[in-house]
Design a protein around this ligand. Structure first.
Ligand SMILES: C[S@@+](CC[C@H](N)C(=O)[O-])C[C@H]1O[C@@H](n2cnc3c(N)ncnc32)[C@H](O)[C@@H]1O
Length: 622
């Protein structure tokens, strides 16, 4: 039989596996860990202070449900969206009404976030750190980009409600290919609009081509019954001028020439709507943000809030669930929050999560939200996928391969013949922590002892997570034994192939916090941040380092959980720098315990690199 082609399909290397099967998204359901919970934002707290309300009446929703009333908490998830979406499927398949995404544009570029350092205002302060916020990770070749997008679009479709929609924001580089992929995933009959966002001309003038001044937003619905709230756009002034007639009820209208089916023409009334005219597919009332706009949060690809609000308002109902799995600086989460929608935002970047969290904390009466990740489960999934092909075939990861991989990234050589040490870098011995468990004091002790037995002087311990409260005792103990101990964080970027390929992996040394907690005679407890020492100054460019005057310049944000119970950090007090206000409070607002007793107080700081440092203190409240 002659080979018959009966449909249009875009094919790229990697779309099908060697046996001709369509490559599927991961089918894993990993448990989410709630790492942080915010019941009350700083903005709400400040507003209450101004109104003289109590600082202590926090929201305490117990069981989460499908509406705010049931105690639903909005979710900011740190992780690769393929694994995040697959893990959401069990509970959220068919539950999300609108997904907006603005994935990297396949430009082959790395985008950066601008980090301000210190107390000075942005205008005076030139010293900024440019950190790679996310990699336009998918390589220059279109096919690798499509290999990433295609399975993820399938996952998104599965998560949508029957009346739900997907909005995909892209530009001329990827729009042609994405349109075909969307047709395939949603069905070409579910295509609703190609929206043109006219950004207004900006930037340097292009030569010998038309100025590029728009992005494309594809809208696909899951079914033919979708939410449509009849959006309006403002009239352009000159158009509004056409509405120069007034009827007997006082309403303005224009007389516009129309044509009947038989070809004859007549003048019909078109009424002026105060709220604006019915929206068309060119969004030209939202210009791109100026470089100096107060809305900018220092994230290169941040989109205007007004644009996302316009879209969410049109395609979702109040209270419905809206998601963005490439949330970046958090614009979708902020827009959804302000429009009374529930939301889920995900991103794999540290700066994205930190920036989004800060933007949300600036919203007065922000609904409770939580920050989640997949913790060690995501790492195990990654390591099994990459190092799982062990000879025994027992599904366990090949530990030696994993260790060799980490050592290579760290610039170290594998070491044989030692039971507790794995590698060497110059004079230092290296110990690599496992993917599944926090590095414990006992493990470090063994590494230090072995280093001493081998007549070494320095041990570097690399870990993903650390046993709580480990820093002070263990560093002190190693010093006593005459061994220099360096504790370094294995960064999440290790799981991103492109970051590895580009050599962008930085192993930050664990920073250290000093705090003081005291109770005043009136019972109020105050926590003071006394010191933050970061050994990572090498990562700060020379010219910036010169401008750093004091330890607190390294701190961007800190928060206190006054009664730390388990693995979730509950925000009791929080303070941070913003682009507008560069100051940082070093003393917390007062806290009052309801009863006397010993409490675990957890203090968490985030430095200018986006790294977390925590300290747990036992405090006896009277
Ligand atoms: C163009 S930015 C989004 C900007 C956003 N619309 C805003 O207004 O700030 C794309 C984001 O996708 C994230 N990203 C890229 N690949 C990802 C993945 N596999 N999983 C989760 N996030 C990813 C990047 O870290 C980046 O923050």
């Amino acid at each position: 039989m002659p080979f018959e082609i009966n449909k249009t399909e875009l094919v790229w290397p990697g779309k099908y596996d060697a046996d001709g099967n369509l490559v599927q998204p991961p089918r894993v359901s990993l448990p989410f860990q709630v790492i942080e919970r915010v019941n009350e934002t700083r903005a709400t707290r400040e507003a209450k202070k101004a109104e003289g309300l109590t600082l202590f009446d926090v929201w305490d929703g117990a069981n989460e449900g499908a509406t705010f009333e049931d105690g639903w908490r909005n979710k900011l998830i740190w992780g690769d969206n393929a694994v995040v979406m697959s893990s959401l499927t069990a509970n959220f398949a068919g539950k999300i009404q609108l997904i907006y995404i603005d994935p990297p544009f396949d430009s082959g570029a790395d985008f950066s976030a601008t980090i301000d350092v210190g107390d000075e205002s942005i205008k005076k302060e030139k010293s900024m750190l440019e950190e790679v916020a996310y990699r336009d990770t998918w390589g220059k070749l279109e096919y690798s980009y499509l290999s990433v997008m295609h399975p993820r679009l399938h996952q998104m479709r599965e998560l949508l409600t029957d009346n739900g929609s997907l909005l995909l924001h892209c530009d001329y580089r990827a729009s042609g290919a994405l349109r075909l992929v969307l047709d395939e995933v949603f069905g070409s009959d579910k295509f609703r609009n190609e929206l043109i966002w006219n950004k207004g001309f900006r930037g340097t003038e292009a030569k010998r081509i038309y100025q590029r001044s728009h992005d494309t937003i594809f809208w696909y619905s899951k079914s033919d019954t979708y939410i449509w709230n009849s959006p309006v756009q403002p009239y352009k002034d000159e158009r509004a001028g056409r509405y120069n007639q007034v009827d007997e009820t006082g309403q303005r209208f224009a007389l516009i020439k129309r044509t009947r089916a038989d070809g004859s023409s007549y003048y019909g009334k078109t009424y002026f709507k105060e709220e604006g005219k019915s929206a068309n597919d060119v969004i030209s009332h939202v210009p791109t943000m100026a470089a100096t706009s107060g809305e900018r949060v220092g994230y290169d690809t941040q989109k205007p809030l007004a644009l996302i609000e316009f879209l969410i308002d049109a395609l979702s109902a109040p209270g419905a669930l809206v998601a963005d799995f490439f949330v970046g600086s958090g614009t979708t989460a902020v827009a959804a929050e302000q429009l009374g929608r529930r939301w889920i935002g995900a991103d794999l970047g540290r700066f994205s999560i930190h920036t989004t969290r800060k933007r949300l904390l600036e919203i007065e009466k922000c609904k409770p939200f939580e920050v989640l990740n997949l913790g060690s489960y995501e790492r195990q999934f990654w390591s099994t996928a990459n190092f799982g092909k062990d000879l025994d075939g027992d599904g366990q990861i090949n530990l030696l391969e994993y260790i060799a991989f980490i050592l290579k990234l760290y610039g170290a050589e594998p070491l044989t013949g030692s039971s507790h040490l794995h590698g060497r870098k110059g004079d230092a011995y290296i110990y690599v922590g496992t993917v599944s468990n926090p590095v414990t004091i006992a493990e470090i002790e063994q590494a230090v002892n072995e280093c001493k037995a081998m007549k070494g002087s320095t041990v570097h311990v690399l870990g993903w997570e650390w046993e709580m409260g480990l820093h002070d005792p263990i560093v002190g103990e190693a010093k006593r034994l005459g061994v220099k101990l360096v504790l370094r964080q294995i960064p999440r970027e290790v799981m991103e192939a492109e970051a590895v390929r580009k050599g962008q992996i930085k192993f930050f040394e664990l920073a250290y916090l000093e705090v003081d907690i005291e109770q005043k005679p009136n019972g109020e407890v105050v926590c003071t941040l006394n010191d933050f020492s970061t050994p990572n100054t090498d990562f700060v460019p020379e010219e910036v380092r010169e401008k750093i005057k004091k330890w607190s310049d390294y701190v961007d944000y800190w928060a206190v959980d006054w009664d730390f119970q388990n693995d979730t950090f509950n925000h009791g007090f929080v303070t941070y720098r913003t682009r507008q206000d560069r100051t940082l409070q070093l003393k917390s607002d007062p806290h009052k315990y309801n009863k006397a007793g010993t409490f675990k107080v957890m203090i968490k700081a985030i430095d200018i690199f986006g790294n977390d440092t925590s300290k747990l203190v036992e405090f006896k409240a009277k």
